[in-house]
Design a protein around this ligand. Structure first.
Ligand code: PFF
Length: 445
């Protein structure tokens, strides 16, 4: 039998949820979410984020699962098979390109987390002054050769997992790494919440100030929820193809979104109290994790051990997400070019290494890819997917797929109304508003 990506399925529901949650939970939750939350005023942003996740992101996630499982094909082939010869079928190829773009900066940051895990383990950050810690980050992030070495280690680790296949690689590693990740997060949270002055950080997370909410922050919340749930480019379509017909897709999607949110919230709960306890601005941007936290770890009891645990968990989160992006590309080579899994993995890893090198050497490209993917490619991709499902697949086929496990999808009417009207309209308005505000025109006073 020809070796295709979707011959191999997740063996259990827990395995499917662990793998999809492994994709969702990543740098987006632990590195990106706390500083975006900090920059956008804390609790009020959290509320907007929750609303945007429930009303917009979860329906997109479920729709990706439906399309993937219905076709039993990864993103590169799924849309193509439902709309052969139509321009729609390009969604799949755009998804594969998007995986390249995200991976090229994602693996650089994942490499930093690995470097910091090693630095914490060897005590290299211990006792450094604030300036020296800042310098340590600058010397890493501005030294492309060092970034490159750590990035290659990350690529090799994710390629190893992907080369073992869906069940023996992706599912197996997620079932071990995800519980470990949760345990490590709880350890750091407990330490953070027991610091003097930690309560300030908790208040920041729980008392909303709605005056901080602007159209821009609604847009940020949407982009963040898409990035965090790995939707809008077909990773979840691909994982949907690996979920067996026996599983209830709706409950899989809710479980993944729930785990993703809990980890993002715990990440904020671990970082904000630390930042407030040490008088640091929570909105201090991407350096929050690599500059701010090491300073804090230096100032607290058991700081070095906590630092090691923290960067290790960050690396694990990044690795399982990186695996899912790599799988999108590997599945493309397997299904569209008949490569074996091993050959597809090697070719994809080399190509990603080349793209990643560009990002390691150019900060401009790095920033561009980061913003462009979360704020432009994912919302646009999600818009196409959400228009595609009712128009090409149709209401009945969507319902049948959601009920294929033999149960009823009680919320189908509500879900379909969201997919048909609310989600596309919301994405268009939020997107248009943002483009206009970039051009200096205000849609809302
Ligand atoms: N969801 C991942 C995170 O939060 O870090 C990032 C990601 C993975 C985005 C896979 C998109 C994707 F397809």
């Amino acid at each position: 039998m020809k070796e295709t990506a979707s011959n191999d399925l997740f063996s259990t529901k827990v395995g499917a949820i662990a793998a999809a949650a492994g994709s969702a939970v990543g740098l987006g939750n632990i590195w990106r979410f706390p500083y975006v939350l900090g920059e956008n005023g804390g609790a009020a942003f959290l509320i907007v984020y929750i609303i945007s996740t429930i009303l917009i992101a979860i329906p997109v996630l479920l729709t990706e699962f439906v399309i993937g499982r219905k076709t039993n094909l990864p993103v590169s082939g799924a849309y193509n098979s439902l709309a052969p010869g139509k321009w729609w079928n390009q969604i799949g190829i755009i998804g594969v390109l998007c995986a390249f773009i995200i991976l090229s900066f994602y693996n650089v940051v994942a490499g930093w987390t690995m470097c910091y895990t090693v630095r914490s383990a060897t005590g290299a950050l211990q006792g450094l002054s604030e300036d020296a810690i800042q310098q340590a980050f600058v010397s890493l992030s501005e030294n492309p050769w060092e970034c490159l070495i750590w990035m290659v280690v990350t690529i090799v680790a994710s390629a190893f997992i992907v080369s073992r296949g869906v069940k023996r690689g992706i599912e197996w590693s997620s079932r071990i790494l995800m519980p470990l990740l949760l345990l490590l997060i709880i350890v750091v949270c407990v330490r953070s919440l027991t610091l003097d002055g930690a309560l300030q950080g908790v208040k920041f997370l729980l008392s909303p100030d709605f005056s901080k909410i602007t159209p821009q922050s609604i847009f940020e919340a949407l982009g963040q929820s898409f990035f965090s749930l790995s939707i809008g480019m077909g990773t979840m379509t691909t994982y949907g193809a690996y979920i067996s017909k026996k599983q209830n897709l709706t409950s899989c999607a809710f479980s993944v979104a729930f785990v993703d949110f809990v980890i993002a919230f715990l990440a904020a709960l671990m970082i904000m109290p630390c930042a407030f306890a040490c008088g640091i601005n929570p909105g201090s941007g991407p350096g929050l994790v690599f500059v701010t936290l090491p300073n804090i770890f230096n100032a607290i009891m058991f700081g070095q051990a906590i630092s090691f645990v923290f960067f290790l968990l960050l690396f694990i989160a990044a690795l399982t997400s990186s695996v899912s992006l790599l799988e999108v590309i590997v599945a493309y080579f397997m299904n569209e070019h008949s490569f074996s899994r091993r050959k597809a993995t090697v070719v994809s890893a080399i190509l990603i290494g080349i793209f990643g090198t560009l990002c390691a050497f150019s900060k401009t490209l790095f920033g561009l890819f980061d913003n462009f993917s979360a704020n432009v490619m994912l919302p646009l991709g999600a818009l196409f997917i959400i228009l595609f499902a009712p128009l090409i697949l149709g209401r009945r086929a969507m319902r049948n797929e959601l009920e294929a496990h033999g149960g009823k999808c009680k919320l189908f009417g509500f879900y379909y109304a969201l997919v048909r009207y609310v989600v596309p309209i919301a994405i268009v308005i939020i997107f248009a508003n943002c483009i206009l505000s970039w051009m200096g025109v205000k849609m809302f006073a």
